[in-house]
Structures are given as structure tokens and as C-alpha cells.
Design a protein around this ligand. Structure first.
Ligand SMILES: NC(=O)c1ccc[n+]([C@@H]2O[C@H](COP(=O)([O-])OP(=O)(O)OC[C@H]3O[C@@H](n4cnc5c(N)ncnc54)[C@H](O)[C@@H]3O)[C@@H](O)[C@H]2O)c1
Ligand SMILES: [Zn+2]
Ligand SMILES: [Zn+2]
Length: 417
């Protein structure tokens, strides 16, 4: 949170750099940011009102601001582990009144004058990444490295260079192409899971579960999922062959690393961190995070590094936002571990192949969906997701534009929260 506040000050001092950006506006809430639609129509939205405070508000329907803008009637949306980091005020630059939500599908309602491929009435799914399609990274489909969709100067200064604009940080299964499916696929591709590999995954949320599915598809011989709650049993039920470490059930003093070395002598070929840098385990990091002495704990990464065999690979797909203390750089160097920051997933790069897998039934994203709810209840779903209540893994939130639940297919019934 300290870094969050500091980032606003830095941002203010540095200003926006809009010399070569294709997204100049940075609208976080149309009513607040003078971007109301000329029709005067209103819409519901979920807004971040402060740390641990999100609410459904009524705000203006947005207008087209930049010539590449598109207005969508949303037919389905959801909550993501990244939204929980936002709820906690963990992500830099969030401001009171900002509208959340980066995974959604819908119907095109209006298009800006430079939009070439979309027309009113088309059904579309959003990518959580905003990409210009033209800069040197976008032409290689590394869309999250886009240099033109984030007018903020903060990343240049904090990370060394700009990254793309991200939604919200700002149909039923199709929705999950916005983020979770492609992100998990990217984690497996980018960290590189080879045929026969043993793989360990930290976190069995939607991302970790789908990473496990894609790791098996890539030929992994064993996949070990690590978490501390009901999601361990959920994973066992949904993913045949997965092995589980529920670290809350390990004998006192027994570490995850020791458990992995016993099961896979020498360590796994490949580890993937899919939990998050804000989840401190021990008191030392809890305190350091609370007082702003670090922004992310190194505990999960140290576990992953030490649990990986010499010259193996550790990929980070979970969100990490700043600096960390007590990082075991010695184990990384001496044991020749490759540490891979997977970045925000370049969604557009993988869309064609992942869409093909979903259409052909090779991959079924509905395995992670546990709840169907109304948009009006989505603030409650944030708190339930955060607290891991009611067996929640992933929700489908319907809007007034959604079709009712299709008969005869395996989807949860609408639940009023
Ligand atoms: N890089 C990207 O493009 C991208 C995209 C989407 C989400 N993410 C990030 O991926 C992460 C996972 O997303 P999600 O939607 O599955 O989140 P989630 O919050 O639903 O799941 C995270 C899981 O990690 C578990 N966990 C917490 N501490 C742990 C520990 N010490 N060891 C093992 N497990 C632990 C939690 O119990 C939880 O089940 C989040 O950090 C999210 O922000 C990254
Ligand atoms: Zn997401
Ligand atoms: Zn670009």
C-alpha cells in the first residue's frame, strides 16, 4: 500500500508520456473522468472505493474517446486472483472510483473510426491486455510489452521500461479466453514444460489448475499442486493424475521443499509460481509487507527455487509488483536455476491455438467454474473469492444482456449471494 501511494506521487511528478501512445485517455470511470456517453445512458459497474472496499455503483456509460475504442454490451464477466490483489490495494496506481474487471465477453455496440475488424452486433471476448498491434513488440505478438498503450511513465522508472496497458488495473467458456486460459497456457510455454518433466505448481486457483491441465497436455509425467485449502481436493477431483501437497496438513516443521524432495529426489524439473507475492507465510515477511519494507514476499519463490532440480526452471506467472527481501539468490546461482518472469500473458499471441483447443473440446475451461451469479452480487463474490468461501474457485457473473443458463450442459445454477 505504501508503494501504491508513493506511485501516485511519482506518477504526478513524472506525468504521462503521450508522445507515442495510442491510448491517451486512461479512463478509469466515465462519470469521474469526463467520458460520459452523449446519450446520457447509465450503467452498473464495480468500483474500487478504497483498500478492501469494492461496490457496485451506477455510472455513465462511456463514450468513444480514442479512435480505436469499442463499446461492448457485457454478457459475462468474472473475478480473478489479480482482482483480489487490487482489492487489497496491492497493485500500483489504483485510484478511488476506478472500475474493476478485466475478463469479459459481450456484443459490440459502437466502434471508433479507426476500428477495422469489428462491427456492431459481433460477439467478442476481451483480452485483459491492451495492445496497439503495431509497435515492435506487438508485431512479434508480445502484446504485454506494448510500448504504446500505457501513457504512464511509472513503469519506465520502476521496472526499467514500459509495459502494456492492462484492463481493470486499470459466452460461458469463451469468457475465460480473456485471461485465465491463455495465461496458464503461457506459463507452461514460457517456463517450458517438456515431455516427461516433473512439475510443481504453487497455488491451485483457476490459474494453477489450468497450468496443471496444460502441463499434462505438454507431456509432464508428474504434476504436484501446492495449496492449503479446499482447492486441493477440488484439484484432485477435477484433474486426473495430479498429486497434491496441502501444506496446512504437513507435520510441524516439515517444509514444502522437503516434501517435494522426498517425492521427487533431487527436485522437480520445473516449478511454476501461480499464487502471488502478497501471500506471506511467516511472520517476518508479514511484518515487512505490512510496514512497506518490501512489496512481495520471497518465500514462495525461495521454496520453488529450492524444490527445483539443478539446472531446472522456475516460472513466475503470479503477480509480483516491486521489491523483495531475503531472496535466495545463492540457491539460484549455485544450482543453475533458470528463473523466468513470465510477464503478463500476451493473450493475443495464444488466442488462435487456445480457441482451437476449446472448440475441439481438448481443453474444457468449465472445470474451474463453481458459481453463476448476478452482476449485482459481484462485490460479494470478491470477498468470497478472497476468503475462499463457499468452495468458490471461479465465477460466471451474468448481466442483463446475458442469455439464461443453457439447458443440458454442466454449468452451475444461478445463485443469489
Ligand atoms: N501473469 C499474468 O498474466 C496473470 C494473469 C492472471 C492472473 N495472474 C496472477 O496469477 C495468480 C493466480 O491467479 P488465480 O486467479 O488463480 O488466483 P487465486 O487467488 O484464485 O489463487 C491463488 C491460490 O494461491 C494459494 N496460495 C496462497 N499462498 C500460497 C502458498 N504459500 N503456497 C501455495 N499456494 C498458496 C491460495 O490459497 C489460492 O488458492 C495471481 O497472483 C494473479 O494475480 C497473473
Ligand atoms: Zn484475470
Ligand atoms: Zn504495441
Amino acid at each position: 500500500m505504501a508503494l501504491n501511494a508513493a506511485s501516485h506521487l511519482v506518477e504526478k511528478a513524472l506525468g504521462h508520456n503521450t508522445d507515442d501512445t495510442s491510448a491517451t485517455s486512461g479512463i478509469g470511470n466515465p462519470a469521474r473522468d469526463n467520458a460520459a456517453h452523449p446519450s446520457g445512458e447509465k450503467m452498473k459497474a464495480l468500483a474500487w472505493m478504497g483498500k478492501n472496499d469494492v461496490r457496485i455503483i451506477e455510472t455513465d456509460k462511456p463514450s468513444l474517446v480514442d479512435p480505436h475504442d469499442v463499446i461492448i454490451k457485457v454478457t459475462g464477466t468474472t473475478v480473478c486472483g489479480s482482482d483480489v490483489h487490487l482489492l487489497h490495494g496491492q497493485i500500483l496506481q489504483i485510484k478511488k472510483g476506478d472500475i474493476l474487471g478485466h475478463e469479459f465477453c459481450g456484443i459490440v455496440d459502437e466502434v471508433g473510426k479507426d476500428v477495422k475488424h469489428l462491427k456492431k452486433g459481433m460477439r467478442v471476448v476481451n483480452s485483459f491486455v491492451v495492445s496497439c498491434g503495431e509497435c515492435r513488440f506487438c508485431v512479434q505478438k508480445l502484446t504485454t510489452a506494448c510500448e504504446r498503450t500505457n501513457a504512464s511513465s511509472l513503469h519506465d522508472n520502476l521496472y526499467g521500461s514500459k509495459t502494456a496497458g492492462i484492463f481493470g488495473y486499470s459466452h460461458f467458456v469463451g469468457l475465460y479466453l480473456s485471461d485465465v486460459l491463455v495465461t496458464s497456457y503461457h506459463a507452461v510455454q514460457d517456463t517450458a514444460v517438456y515431455k516427461g518433466d516433473t512439475v510443481a505448481i504453487w497455488g491451485l486457483g483457476p490459474i494453477g489448475l489450468l497450468v496443471a491441465i496444460f502441463a499434462f497436455k505438454a507431456g509432464a509425467s508428474r504434476v504436484i499442486g501446492i495449496d492449503n485449502n479446499f482447492r486441493c481436493d477440488f484439484a484432485k477431483k477435477k484433474i486426473p493424475g495430479i498429486e497434491i501437497i496441502n501444506y496446512s496438513e504437513l507435520p510441524k516443521g516439515r517444509t514444502v521443499t522437503a516434501e517435494i524432495h522426498e517425492r521427487v529426489p533431487g527436485g522437480v524439473d520445473c516449478s511454476i509460481e501461480a499464487a502471488g507475492g502478497e501471500y506471506a507465510k511467516g511472520w517476518a515477511h508479514s511484518i515487512e509487507l505490512a510496514i512497506g519494507a518490501e512489496n512481495d514476499t520471497s518465500e514462495l519463490l525461495n521454496e520453488a527455487i529450492m524444490s527445483t532440480r539443478k539446472f531446472g526452471r522456475v516460472g513466475i506467472i503470479a503477480d509480483y509488483v516491486g521489491f523483495t527481501n531475503h531472496f535466495n539468490v545463492g540457491s539460484l546461482m549455485e544450482r543453475g536455476i533458470r528463473l523466468i518472469g513470465c510477464g503478463q500473458s500476451p493473450v493475443q499471441k495464444y488466442w488462435p491455438e487456445v480457441l482451437r483447443m476449446v472448440e475441439s473440446g481438448e481443453v474444457d475451461p468449465s472445470v474451474i467454474v463453481t458459481h453463476r451469479i448476478r452482476l449485482d452480487d459481484i462485490a460479494k463474490a470478491y470477498y468470497m473469492h478472497e476468503k475462499k468461501q463457499d468452495g468458490m474457485v471461479k465465477v460466471f457473473a451474468e448481466t442483463k444482456f446475458s442469455h439464461p443458463k443453457a439447458e443440458g450442459i454442466d454449468q452451475p445454477d444461478l445463485k443469489f449471494l
